[in-house]
Design a protein around this ligand. Sequence first.
Ligand code: KG4
Ligand code: ZN
Length: 358
Amino acid sequence: MIVLGIESSCDETAAAVVRGGREILSSVISSQIEMHKPFGGVVPELASREHLVKIEPIVKEALEKAGVSLDEIEAVAVTQGPGLIGSLLVGVCYAKALAWGLDIPFVGVNHIEGHFYSVVFENPPIEYPALALIVSGGHTNLFFVPEPGKYKLVSRTRDDAAGEAFDKVGKMLGLEYPGGPVIDRLAKEGDPKKIKFPIAKISDGRPDFSFSGLKTAVMRYLKENNIEPLKDGEAPDQTIKDICASFQNTVVRSLLKNVERLTEELNPKTLIVAGGVACNSELRDASEKLAKRLGLPVYFPSKHLSTDNAAMIAAAGSVHLEQGVRDSLEMTADVSMRLQNLENEDQKLRKKKVRYRL
Ligand code: KG4
Ligand code: ZN
């Protein structure tokens, strides 16, 4: 089946053509990073307006690059949520109109499930059960996936997402937005052991994540040591590099601590690390080492498939379409769409007790 994927949940307008759920014929991404840079983060109103301008040419480019005509598209898969409402609506309305006009099926896809399926293009088929760390600017979750399409949320962040922490620390240091890739680069020249930043321990003992305390610890360190954010064009000195390395190392250890604990508890056959932060070189190296030690394969998407793209949406959509799932024109964007469809009693308890000990 040839599926057109469309992604517009945040600040990337993307379209892709995917055959048989695993072969990318084209994947086109238009990033708005430059537009949001002066604001140090995504401005929702600007984002949705830009999606409106870009969606048509990006879909056209994806079809051209794939060498397929509109008539050859058999179905459309579009990100339904979670994400920014104005941004999501552009993709959803466009996909619905296109599918209706062509009289072909369409399906709404959960963006986080899209990240899960981003590994299918470049790795052997996923062996289930799988344990998936989905770590991006908006999400930090661990899902236990006993079989395709069944998701149990076994760990989540109680506050900031890991990517959000990277971006906020980047901002504090005066680095370019988004902070994640810059911190990754500077950390290579820094000493990860130079500063001891704390790993949050959740007081109810459950294997969840918390990054807001770490962010505060970095802020306190900067204040106590009179470290000013870099000014425009100023080169980072060794202290900034050491902060980047120490911060990044703490995030990576914190993420993998829970992966290790839950692997031992749940015995998955495959580890998956996906989402924008899966670009991080230290997270990749450390995940590979951990997987080796645990005797498991670990699958990552390559970098261009780690950050938001439409190929992953087409891949996830293909699975649903093959199973006969179809959406009707009533379908609409869902800003807080959830992925878990297997209840976890533990997660219900977690909501009640949120206290931190650093
Ligand atoms: O998946 P994504 O493109 O968008 C969301 O769904 O959120 O992820 C973007 C996030 C940003 O926070 C960005 O700083 C982070 O991924 N990121 C990185 C790296 N590359 C991107 N974080 C750490 N190291 C990187 N190399
Ligand atoms: Zn994403």
